[in-house]
Design a protein around this ligand. Sequence first.
Ligand code: FDA
Length: 320
Amino acid sequence: MLRSLIIYLSKAEWMRQRVMRWKIARKVVLRFVAGEKLSEAIKIIKELNSESIFATLDQLGEDTKNAEQARQTAEDIILILNAISEAEINSSLSLKLSQIGLLLDETICEENLSLILSRAQELGIFVRIDMEDSPCVDATMRVYWKMRKEHGFDNVGMVIQSYLYRSEKDTEELLAGDTRIRLVKGAYKEPEEVAYPSKRDVDNAFDRLTKMMLDHAKQESSPAVSDDGRWPPITAVASHDEDRINYAISYAQTNGIPKEKLEFQMLYGIRRGLQKELVQKGYPVRVYVPFGSEWYPYFMRRLAERPANLWFFISSLFKG
Ligand code: FDA
C-alpha cells in the first residue's frame, strides 16, 4: 500500500516540483545519488575502483518530452562516454530508452541509441539498457534486437525483471542470442495481470531465472567478465537480497561455474559491506552510480523499496 503510494508519487509532477525544492531532500538524496555533476560521480567511481569494485554510470532522467530533448540527451551521453574514457575509470554505462525518445517515436530512439553505441564501441565501453515499466518492455526488446541484428552492435546488454510473468520467455530468447543480462526484481508498480503480486513469487522467479542464466554460463563459449572488468559476463545478479545472492553462489559452486562468470550488482549507497565481502570472495561486483539533477523518480523508487528509508527521510525533514 505504502509502496504503491510512493511509486504513484514518483510520477506526479506536483510532488516532483515540491520535493525538488526542499533543501533537506537534496541532502538525503546524496545517500543514493552520486551528485548532480558528472565530476562528482567520477570521483565516487574512482573510490569504488580503488576497492576493486566496478561501476556502471547512469545520468538520471526519464520520460523525455520531445525529439530535440531526446537528441540532446544522446549527445550528453556521448560526452559521458568520452569522460569515462578520459578519466580511465572502470565503468560501463546504463541508460533508459525513454531518455532518448522511446515514448515519442521508436525510430528516434533507435537513431539516438545507435549513435551512443557506436561511440561506446569506439571507446570499448559496454552499455546496459535499463528496463522501465511494463508498457515499455516490448518496445525496449524490439530496439535492443534491432541494435544487435541490424546494426551489429555487441557492446549492449539488457535487464530482466523477475516480477514479470513474461520474463522466463524473454530470458530464453535473450540467452539464445548470448545477451549479457542484468537480473533484477523490478522497481515499478505493476498490475496483477502482468506481474507477481507476492514477494515470495518474485523471489522464486528470481532464483529460477538465475538458474537459467547460470546454465548458459556452463557452456564453454559463454563469456566471463573481461580481464579488465569493463565488460560484464552473461549473468549479472542485481540484488541486495542475501538469499538471492546465496542461491546464485551455491548453484554456481555446485555446477562448477567459475566466479568470473557470475557478477553481482548493487545500487550506490546500499549494502556497501556486502559489496566488499563479495569482492573478497573473488566475485566481480559492479555498483550502479546515478548522477544528475533529475533525481526525483529514482529517489522515490529507492524510498518505496524500504520503509526505513522513508522514515529516515521524514525524520530528516523534522530535524531540518
Ligand atoms: P529487496 O527489495 O527484497 O531487498 C533486499 C534487502 O536489500 C532489503 O531487506 C534491504 O536490506 C536492502 N535494500 C533493498 N533496497 C534498498 C533500498 N532502497 N535502501 C536500503 N536498503 C535496501 N529495477 C528495474 O525495474 N529496472 C532496472 O533496470 C533496474 N536496474 C537495477 C540495477 C541494479 C544494479 C540494481 C541493484 C537494481 C536495479 N533495479 C532495477 C531495482 C530492482 O528492481 C529492485 O527494485 C531493487 O534492487 C530492490 O530489490 P532487491 O533485489 O535488492 O531486494
